[in-house]
Design a protein around this ligand. Structure first.
Ligand code: ADP
Length: 501
């Protein structure tokens, strides 16, 4: 038993018991192979602890548990209001453990504690409550055809859902996936990202306490190529929901094709933010900053490509530079005034540095940053907030997703050019438009190829509003009522009320 938990003291002094096992059938267990992965504090590069890592055999066991639970009357036939109450209880328990969960998230991921506590945990609790409310409001429809026929639809759960989440918002991404899957009566095997397994394992301790029947929610850790791939290609899994890189999303699509799984993919982006001459520049600067620098720039919807009309180009750059310098306080994520912590891993840190080199060697104009940030004890994966201007369309830093506190700025002349360049990307996740002309704002919202458009804001996500991308930014939608579509089938029932063919 003791091997499955370790007593830890976090850098902020919080003591807690960290689970290390795979969570299957409401119990923590070791992986069959005994293999473990170790997780690192990105602020000082020390090991926090190791956790058991699932292999294909463990995935089989977790999927079998989820399959059994899916058919078990205790879950399958549960009154829909009772199912909503279970989700609510789960949300309440998360609220009770909010500080511990936020502490673990910050320790393992590097994001600022004040943000984990208020925003990430707020979103987790809010999402679960939101979908708890939907549990008894999911209806089929009667479709009128002729007096000889009664036709209606049933909204049915899909079955066993494999959910593969990334490391940038571990708990929030888990909530986005668990909420709609559970309120519609599915069962789940969720794989945490190998870089950030700890908060998900702690969340598991609350599953049993909330009262979910065994096997309804299973959490596994493990490497993407092993545990993730085993889940994606498992014949016992009916659906895969994935958030992560576009390359991995494509791989998962292929793997999921073995039994034609239902898929939802939320992948990468290089989202544009357009600032027109007629914009409220102060607002544009403020939102452009959160749009790219929030969460260390590790946000799929980050507006990482800023296009500014030539009349305000120089002014925007000088005000943006000033705002970033004042607001993007880099430091120990447990300090109250920190806005930006370290990148999540050495691999991500090195990747961002390689893009900085690419920007410099391509001749882009470095406005700020452009190097590692060394002033946090000399250790850790910190990057100075980096701004490149005069970036041109053929540069690698203009085209590729960097996933760091790294933004490129370029100028445009006309609205037509702005739209063409905004759309000249393989991605289509978000886009922001700054103008005080409402006609132009709405016109652009239609013309830009993206799953989400923000007029006079950026990355203004809301759990009640659909989230997702077009083009190579994904398939399907999460959040809002649209999120339910991803987890239900509509079965059509035809009742013959006549006597003849
Ligand atoms: P990153 O490259 O930033 O780590 P990924 O998109 O590769 O992002 O990872 C997101 C999630 O997908 C993680 O949980 C990871 O373990 C998982 N994953 C990675 N590769 C695969 C794969 N081949 N099959 C299934 N899951 C994978």
């Amino acid at each position: 038993m003791s091997d499955l938990f370790v007593e830890l003291t976090a850098p902020n002094g919080r003591k807690y018991s960290q689970p290390r096992g795979l969570f299957i059938n409401n119990e923590f267990v070791k992986s069959k192979s005994g293999e473990t992965i170790s997780t690192i504090n990105p602020s000082d590069e020390t090991e926090i602890c190791s956790v058991y890592a699932a292999g294909p055999e463990d995935v089989d066991i977790a999927v079998a548990a989820a399959r059994k639970a899916f058919k078990d009357p205790s879950w399958r036939d549960m009154d829909s209001t009772a199912r909503g109450e279970l989700l609510l209880k789960f949300a309440e328990l998360i609220e009770k453990h909010r500080e511990t969960l936020a502490t673990i998230e910050t320790w393992d991921n590097g994001k600022a504690y004040t943000i984990s506590l208020a925003e990430d945990l707020g979103e987790v609790i809010g999402t679960l409550k939101y979908y708890a409310g939907y549990a008894d409001k999911i209806h089929g429809q009667v479709i009128t055809t002729s007096p000889k026929k009664l036709a209606y639809t049933l909204r049915e759960p899909l079955g066993v859902c494999g959910q593969i989440i990334p490391w940038n918002f571990p708990l929030a991404m888990a909530a986005w996936k668990l909420g709609p899957a559970l309120c519609t009566g599915n069962t789940v095997v969720l794989k945490a990202a190998e870089q950030t397994p700890l908060s998900i394992l702690y969340l598991a301790t609350l599953v049993k306490e909330a009262g979910f029947p065994p096997g309804v929610i299973n959490f596994i850790n493990g490497e993407g190529r092993k545990a993730g791939a085993a889940l994606a290609q498992h014949h016992g899994v009916d659906k895969i929901a994935f958030t992560g890189s576009t390359a991995t999303g494509k791989e998962i699509m292929k793997l999921a094709s073995v039994n034609m799984k239902n898929i939802t993919l939320e992948t990468g982006g290089k989202s544009p933010l357009l600032v027109f001459d007629d914009a409220d520049l102060e607002q544009a600067v403020k939102w452009a900053h959160v749009g790219i620098m929030y969460n260390q720039g590790q946000v799929c919807t980050a507006t990482s490509r800023i296009l500014v009309q030539e009349g305000v180009y120089d002014k925007f750059i000088s005000e943006f530079k000033e705002h970033v310098a004042q607001t993007s306080v880099v430091g120990d994520p447990f300090k109250d005034d920190t806005f930006q912590g370290p990148q999540v891993t050495k691999a991500q840190f090195d990747n961002v540095l390689s893009y900085i080199e690419a920007g410099k060697s391509a001749g882009a104009k470095l406005i700020a940053g452009g190097e590692a940030f060394k002033n946090v004890g000399g250790k850790g994966f910190f990057i100075a907030p980096t701004i490149f201007a005069d970036v041109t369309d053929e540069m690698k830093i203009y085209k590729e997703e960097v996933f760091g506190p790294f933004v490129v700025i370029s100028s445009f002349k006309t609205e037509e050019e702005a739209v063409e360049r905004a759309n000249d990307t393989t991605y289509g996740l978000g886009a922001a438009v700054f103008t005080q002309n409402i006609t132009k704002g709405h016109r652009l919202a239609r013309e830009i190829e993206a799953g989400m458009v923000w007029i006079n804001s950026s990355n203004d996500a809301d759990i009640r509003i659909p989230f997702g991308g077009v083009k190579q930014s994904g398939i399907g939608r999460e959040l809002g009522e649209a999120g339910l579509e991803a987890y239900t089938n509509k079965k059509a029932v035809h009742v013959n009320l006549g006597t003849k063919l």
